[in-house]
Design a protein around this ligand. Structure first.
Ligand SMILES: [Mg+2]
Length: 267
């Protein structure tokens, strides 16, 4: 979530440089806002999106059912899962912003988080509740900030998600990489599954890598997908988007438009 918001923030900043009074007198709708409308619509209206989510959690359960019988008595199994667009749905904020012709601001995000009204991704709550019954510990490793922990716990409790407590929320504190947090969980648990909508949720081999490198690393791990690694669809934002822009947050909207076109493959 944060990365997409940062990109929006940057756009707002650049827009303000170009026009002294963007927020009040100019029509706030921008190509950047228009650009995100389609994926948000797909996320919110397509039954295909729902089906993909159910498929992910069904595959996750099937895989765990194959490994649970081999669990040793001294092994404590754990699942590491991301939150945003993996377990809970924040598309309502994106939709609200689009309808209001707005771009991201930190205040809007905070307000949304504090509302604790994110819904569960289809299939997510049932899956995690089932896993908890199998005596598998759940850790939520999210790049929401530590100041968001209380509101997030409130949100997860409303959804009746298991392990909705401070001990199992490893939020952003010392940098965006999740690797140290994964290692911390691994000290006392056997990590049997990771879930995410962003490949950085699975391994640091994807971090800040080019489009081609991300694909190559995905190919190397082809046996993990649908087994230990469960991916949820997210066409709204993610590292896939940052890779298009070479992780350069200083690009103008026009430069970003050029990057998008450069990265299309025709025939
Ligand atoms: Mg996420």
């Amino acid at each position: 979530m944060k990365r997409a918001f940062l990109i929006f923030s940057l756009f707002l900043f650049v827009s303000n440089l170009q026009s002294q009074d963007t927020s009040k007198n100019n029509p706030p709708t921008s190509r950047e806002v228009d650009f995100i409308t389609y994926p948000v619509l797909w996320h919110q209206t397509s039954a295909e999106y729902r089906a993909l989510c159910y498929q992910a959690f069904n595959v996750a359960r099937t895989y765990l059912e194959t490994i649970i019988p081999a669990r040793l008595s001294n092994e404590q199994y754990a699942i590491i899962t991301d939150l945003d667009e993996t377990i809970i749905d924040n598309s309502f904020l994106e939709a609200k912003n689009i309808k209001e012709g707005k771009v991201y601001d930190a205040e809007g995000w905070k307000k949304w988080v504090n509302s604790a009204t994110a819904t569960g991704i289809p299939g997510a709550v049932d899956f995690l509740r089932w896993a908890a019954v199998q005596n598998i510990t759940i850790f939520y490793i999210s790049n929401r900030t530590v100041s968001d922990v209380n509101a997030t716990i409130e949100n997860l409790k409303k959804l009746q998600l298991p392990y909705a407590d401070r001990e199992h929320m490893l939020f952003l504190a010392d940098g965006a990489t999740k690797e140290p947090r994964r290692k911390k969980v691994a000290e006392n648990h056997k990590i049997v599954m990771l879930l995410g909508d962003n490949l950085n949720d699975f391994s640091n081999v994807f971090e800040r890598r080019s489009i081609q490198d991300r694909k190559a690393e995905t190919d190397k791990l082809h046996d993990e997908w649908g087994k230990r690694f469960i991916v949820l669809p997210n066409a709204i934002y993610g590292e896939w988007e940052s890779a298009i822009y070479d992780y350069n947050r200083k690009l103008t909207p026009q430069q970003k438009e050029e990057k998008r076109k450069e990265n299309l493959t025709g025939y």
